[in-house]
Design a protein around this ligand. Structure first.
Ligand code: AMP
Length: 450
């Protein structure tokens, strides 16, 4: 929508509120705007467009949507992600009612696994191929591209350990970005091996890093005890140097797991998906095994991760399943996707303009217009009208602002003649249409006819 709505607000008395949205959250408005940090926040129409492209790609890959609650018992998330991993210690939004502790979900994989087990989705047969889009919450320090309430979309393929599921997940993730026109991304790939690999590697890494403890940052020193694999993510040059000689997880991976990884790579090669192998890509969560991947874009600055994911064959048992459920998924940030679209200069379609704006002059016309508008809408037209009793001039200004291709002005004469003057705004052409032909005429002219 044009920015004239802002001009309109400025010219009248500006309203204010004592309240502001919470830091690290943002409002999605009918118009795009720039927030205090200089980030463009896309309009609700742009969000819809991106979501519909995501849904379309998901459908083409034969995935079905799952929606889980925004909050879950803390135990699901804390157990699911491992007590000591960063996602929990970085604090989630938690609250208590009665004896139960809840958290706002920081991610959707554990909730999806809960729902899969709870509703026995395995009984539907075959592989469950699910996707989601929705808000997630993390109590992080907000910065560009990093929010406390953000939105993730992602997929979960549950009930298969076939390496094709890994390759298909990566292909699906890439297809979403490709469908939106984003290029120049880097896909990094690694394997974490099977269940025991992570434990032996953790010990080896801790042993290797222990003599360097004094040289590590406070954060890394803390991680050395709790979760040394996270140190591999470090952005600090001197730590990266220390890590150069560190043991590599691939040296701890079994032959079977190596074969799985090799097959995934073969399928990606067949699909011409290019990737870089990164032996330090381990992801924060303990339930990951085998394939792990991350998609980044240089265009995003410090928060360069667009999406990430991997195989999580150990999660089901962590949340109480009597047997393993092999599964793989990815999760992607919507806000980062919008940053990438901005950086690439990709324009998205805005809101659809109304098909027709109907201005009324006088009380009798207002009454007629009010009920006629409902009939036109029931017939499928997108119709706008004034709900403020404004002057004809103000109504016509509003019709222009809303970019309606057709406008009608209904006054006493039109009511008497039972015919409306329909103006096509682009050409300025005006034709008289009898009231009883109005619906069909407008449907035909606006391309809404059945
Ligand atoms: P993760 O589960 O941490 O790998 O997150 C998956 C994706 O979600 C990341 O690659 C980001 O694109 C996005 N993401 C994670 N945390 C945030 C956040 N605090 N704000 C915005 N996007 C985020």
């Amino acid at each position: 929508m044009p920015s004239s709505s802002r001009v309109f607000f400025q010219s009248s008395r500006v309203l204010v509120s004592t309240f502001q949205n919470i830091k690290g959250t943002f409002d999605i408005l009918p118009d795009a705007y720039t927030d205090d940090g200089g980030t463009r926040i896309a309009s609700s129409a742009e969000w819809h467009h991106v979501e519909s492209v995501i849904r379309d790609v998901m459908a083409r890959f034969n995935l079905e949507e799952i929606r889980t609650p925004i909050f879950e018992p803390t135990a699901l998330i804390a157990r699911g992600v491992g007590q000591l991993t960063d996602i929990v210690s970085k604090e989630m939004f938690a609250f208590e009612r009665g004896d139960t502790q809840y958290v706002l979900r920081p991610e959707v994989t554990a909730p999806v696994m809960r729902a899969y087990l709870q509703h026995h989705l395995e009984q539907r047969g075959g592989v469950q191929k699910l996707f989601y889009i929705g808000p997630c919450f993390r109590a992080e320090q907000p910065q560009k591209g990093r929010y406390r309430q953000f939105h993730q979309f992602g997929s979960e393929l549950l009930g298969t350990d076939d390496p094709r599921a890994d390759a298909e997940t990566i292909a699906l993730m890439m297809a979403v970005y490709r469908a939106l026109g984003i290029q120049n991304m880097e896909l990094r790939l690694n394997t974490l091996g099977s269940a025991g690999t992570r434990d032996s590697y953790r010990t080896a890494l801790r042993d290797y890093l222990a003599p360097y403890a004094d040289e590590l940052s406070d954060t890394s020193r803390r991680r050395l005890e709790r979760n040394p694999l996270r140190i591999l993510d470090t952005k600090r040059a001197h730590e990266q140097k220390i890590l150069q000689e560190a043991p590599r997880i691939l040296d701890f991976v079994s032959d079977d797991a190596r074969a799985h990884y090799a097959t995934v790579k073969t399928y990606l090669d067949d699909l011409d998906v290019s990737y870089t192998e990164d032996p330090f890509l381990v992801r924060g969560l303990d339930y990951y095994t085998h394939t792990t991947f991350e998609l980044t874009s240089d265009a995003l600055g410090a928060q360069s991760a667009l999406a990430g994911g991997g195989r999580y064959d150990l999660l089901a048992e962590e949340v109480g399943s009597p047997r393993p459920v092999p599964a793989i998924g990815f999760a992607a940030g919507m806000e980062r996707l919008f940053l990438a679209l901005d950086a690439a200069g990709i324009d998205l379609p805005g809101a659809a303009a109304p098909d027709v704006f109907i201005a009324a002059l006088g009380d009798a016309a207002e009454r007629w217009v009010f009920s006629t508008v409902q009939d036109l809408r029931a017939a499928g037209l997108h119709v706008a009208l004034d709900l403020k009793g404004r002057s004809l001039k103000a109504q016509m200004k509003e019709a222009n602002r809303q970019n309606a291709p057709y406008t009608l002005i209904i006054g006493g004469n039109e009511l008497a003649d039972e015919a409306a003057q329909v103006k096509e705004m682009a050409s300025g052409e005006q034709v008289e249409v009898a009231f009883d032909k109005l619906t069909d005429y407008l449907l035909a002219r606006t391309g809404n006819a059945a």
